[in-house]
Design a protein around this ligand. Structure first.
Ligand code: DHB
Ligand code: FE
Length: 279
């Protein structure tokens, strides 16, 4: 059977990609950001997952205001890096796992989650930056990736509680897939950040630290954070953190924190990262 062995959460700041792709990762500004992922890169090279279910949000790259799926699962064979205005990132094409993706789509829809099925989609920094942070710059990504896009761009995004419940449904789905596969689930985005308006540049270290603590100790409490509280405490883009709750919901209640990293600044944003392992 397939099983979920671990969860990873990380910010997906596009400036990180720009730094990496243009060979600036050793510059004094960026070095502390990338050094925070050295442990994680060694860890995942040992773990060798077969598949990552990668929860992220599209930033008007594949979708636009014409079409806004709340939850969308990528069932294609492959997903090309999106052109976000400077041409596609020079990173490998993302190879999907259509069989497991369709199985998760079927299982979650029959479990009352109205998932949108996507058979053609480009993937933007929300998905490719986490891959770069965890795997560096390989010629090909070392595992299959199932993109799971969540709308956190246009109000109303899903509630944290719903995201957590979806995570649980994904876990059930993966565990009922009849092939031996080592699966990870990643949640991306966050932490506190606001990119526009009078509060642009907002960082709330206290909120972010409490969120990281809560992921390990009391994730159920995090599911009660309201939309208004996310915006007030974590800024307008801090709402991306609901995607971390999908990751957490897919893990065992007693999953253990294996690693944590928090750093300010990277671009306008707090970089947050955590690894949780099922025992
Ligand atoms: C930025 C964009 C993002 O999508 C994000 O999550 C964090 C930062 C940015 O443009 O700096
Ligand atoms: Fe984002």
């Amino acid at each position: 059977m397939a099983r979920i062995v671990a969860g990873v959460a990380t910010s997906h700041i596009p400036a990180i990609a720009a730094a990496l792709d243009s060979g600036k990762s050793h510059e004094p500004y960026w070095q502390p950001v990338f050094s925070g992922y050295e442990f994680s890169k060694r860890w995942i090279a040992e773990q060798k997952p077969d598949v990552v279910v990668l929860v992220y949000n599209d930033h008007a790259s594949a979708f636009s205001l014409d079409l806004i799926p709340t939850f969308a699962i990528g069932c294609a064979e492959s997903f090309a890096p999106a052109d976000e205005g400077w041409g596609p990132r020079p990173v490998p094409v993302v190879e999907g796992h259509p069989e497991l993706a369709w199985h998760i789509a079927q299982a979650t829809i029959l479990d009352e989650f109205d998932m949108t099925i996507v058979n053609k989609m480009d993937v933007d920094h929300g998905l490719t930056v986490p891959l770069s942070l965890m795997f560096g710059q390989p010629a090909a990504w070392p595992c299959k990736v199932i993109p799971l896009a969540v709308n956190v761009v246009q109000y109303p995004p899903p509630l944290g509680k719903r995201c957590y419940a979806l995570g649980r449904a994904i876990r059930k789905a993966v565990e009922s897939f009849d092939t031996d596969l080592k699966v990870m689930i990643w949640g991306t985005g966050g932490m506190s950040h606001q990119l526009q308006g009078p509060r642009a540049g907002l960082i709330n270290r206290e909120f972010d630290t409490a969120f990281l603590d809560g992921l390990t100790r009391d994730p159920e409490a995090l599911t009660r954070i309201s939309h208004l509280e996310y915006v007030r405490e974590a800024g307008s883009e801090g709402i991306e953190l609901v995607m971390w709750l999908i990751m957490r919901g897919a893990l065992a209640a007693d999953a253990k924190e294996n690693y944590r990293f928090y750093h300010v600044p990277a671009s306008n944003t707090a970089v947050g990262h955590i690894i949780l392992e099922n025992s």
